[in-house]
Design a protein around this ligand. Sequence first.
Ligand code: CDP
Length: 782
Amino acid sequence: MSTETTVKGSMGVPMKRKEDPRFIQGKGNYVDDLSFPGMLYMAIVRSPYPHAEIVNIDISEALLVPGVKAVITGKDLEAAGLGWLPTFHGYDKQMVLAIGKVLFQYQEVAAVFAESRGAAADGAEAVQVEYNPLPVVADPFTSKTDAVLLRPDRESKTNHIYHWEVGDRDKTTQALAASDTVVKQRMWFPRCHPAPLEPCGCVAQFDAMGRLHFHVTSQAPHVYRTAISIVTGIPEDKIHVISPDIGGGFGNKVPVYPGYVCAIVGALKIGRPVKWIESRTENLTSTGFARDYHMDVEIGATKDGTVTALKVSTLADHGAFDAAADPTKYPAGMFGIVTGSYTFPVAHAEVDAYFTNKAPGGVAYRCSFRVTEASYAIERGMDMLADELGLDPVELRKKNFVKKEQFPYPSALGFTYDSGDYHHTLEVALEKIGYKDLLEEQARKRAKGELMGIGFSTFTEVVGAGPSKHFDILGIKMFDSAEIRIHPTGSGIVRAGTKSQGQGHETTWAQIVAEELGLDPQNILVEEGDTDTAPYGLGTYASRSTPTAGAAIAMAARRIRERARKIAAHLLEVGEGDVEWKDYRFQVKGVPSKTVTMKEVAFAAYTNMGQNEPGLEATQYYDPPNMTFPHGTYIAVVDVDRETGEVKVRRFLAVDDCGTIINPMIVEGQVHGGLTEGFAIAFMQEIQYDKDGNNLNTNFTDYLVPTSLESPHWETAHTVTPSPHHPIGAKGVGESPNVGSPAAFVNAVIDALSPLGVRHIDMPITRDKVWRAIRDADAKKG
Ligand code: CDP
């Protein structure tokens, strides 16, 4: 294993991709651009109440609206055996349309089908629903008391959904009791929303043979096909799922939503294609939210700052149905990564989840299933410990980092980290940001009463689910796949079970094939998202594509190379053992002048293959032996205005290590996007509910999305510690910036406020909260 600091694509193939129109995202092949003869539009009637009995639904007025063709309700679906959807990990089920009562504001109550979008909306307005409001449970702490039972439909008569724990509770308790110092803090990672620019949508169309063609904004098309078959009973061969271009997913487009089931039912019932495109408000109020973890964090340490134990107890708010998109055996996802980059000898983490009258979800928003919450907890906790012990947060981290020679490192909570060099990445970051100078500047400013903060996050991630022995969704094991076909003239096509939503697989998958086979990446077409053509895969989320499908593509290409070697031997008129692959071509060992290119071999595979099997194709299913563990050091520098509480992020440096980099431009784009989201979460975003369960952030006026004006300038760099088990040494990167950055921002603000005695502020760190913290601190001092 080697580490190096240069920013380079580790693949040797040149990357002239920008000008190729095939690789420009957003050409306009989106679900909403689709139109079919006779297509109807669907609108959904939603509940204004967070918790209420449905006394009556009157659809008669709606059916009189010109253009309205049909209306369906929960009762209709129930009668057809389609009243409930299984949730992804199988612990719960979710109403498709409300049956008997509603459990959150904006819940789906009825679906209206009409000739135009306008008519569908008018029809939805005309549906009369009589509600009888019920007491509302708007937070998990109230839910915990079971004073109001939210889900009497369930066998267990409690609002408690599950208890999950990992680690050694007793040893951790003992170690904390024996520690010289223990820091404790309740931290809330607020409910936020992935808010992709394109909301969810679909077109359901049955052809003359009764086959369903389902165009949908799905991050996991194959899983959708299987789920639709399970829910509707339509045989899987009669279902064709197509995910066209998608305008961002971020985990929001992993679950199967009620609207999709209604569109399919409508298309079947009326015999015409049905389009449903949700509005921004529908997206923000009813589709998968993220986070909402209340975490009690305790870290024990010796006087000199060596960590001794970590305990994290979490209350999770899952809303009305447990629709969290987590692997079956991991209801709290990969929260076990909460020991982070540090050598905790013992640790214990537990999560208890509760129902509330809020929208269901808990999706992996640019996050490998709860890694963001875990990373925030440990990185805030380490800063608190440094503060408590009067140590520099950098020195504390260095003292406790897993060392390079300790990899593969078995963590106290059961993961085996594949590789890393945390000290090196931190040193690169310190050098780049000029830490010494910043500390001197801070000291000068503090002497003048000015508030300047430097915040660190030195996170470790866990991405790339499978392995299948641990991870499945609805029982389907988590692996991925690739199929490569090389055509006679040396161009080709690669298909994978993943689905890009803007991550640039069109470029990087072609690069992997080109690198392995010595072909021109411009002539490798990448196709994903069509279940009729792509091999079965579990889709794209949780930065799993490169660790899984990326590996499958490299391995499929290597299979092709082995087949090609035989044909090369035939062309070079030597034995197969005398042929080597060197400098992107086949060469007779020791005779550099006798070579044949892959392009020549490809032609021969169809025209002159000798005794060898014709054609040049391979399919590879890849079940990873382990996850990959990217890491990084992020540093935020902020100035806080003492009078107004305004925080200005003056600098932000992200040094990421995602192993071998396939395409530095794409990785940089991923990091910029994720940092902007992390910045928004830290400072401006929260899906808030009032005590009566009303959602207060239903549009982009109330749920803020940063523009280039608010976003800081991002500085980026990389170190490269390849994954030892991935065929090309690559680890995932897409979510690292969202996972790693919130703690750096918050740590910087708290560092700025620390001279005033401020210890913690929950996100989002709004100007108002900072101003109040300064005012309260001043009041305390008198
Ligand atoms: O699963 P998802 O595509 O969201 O995440 P990813 O596997 O981290 O990949 C995001 C993009 O960055 C893809 O185009 C990857 O191929 C690219 N990437 C890269 O160029 N080098 C890496 N080491 C990791 C990802």
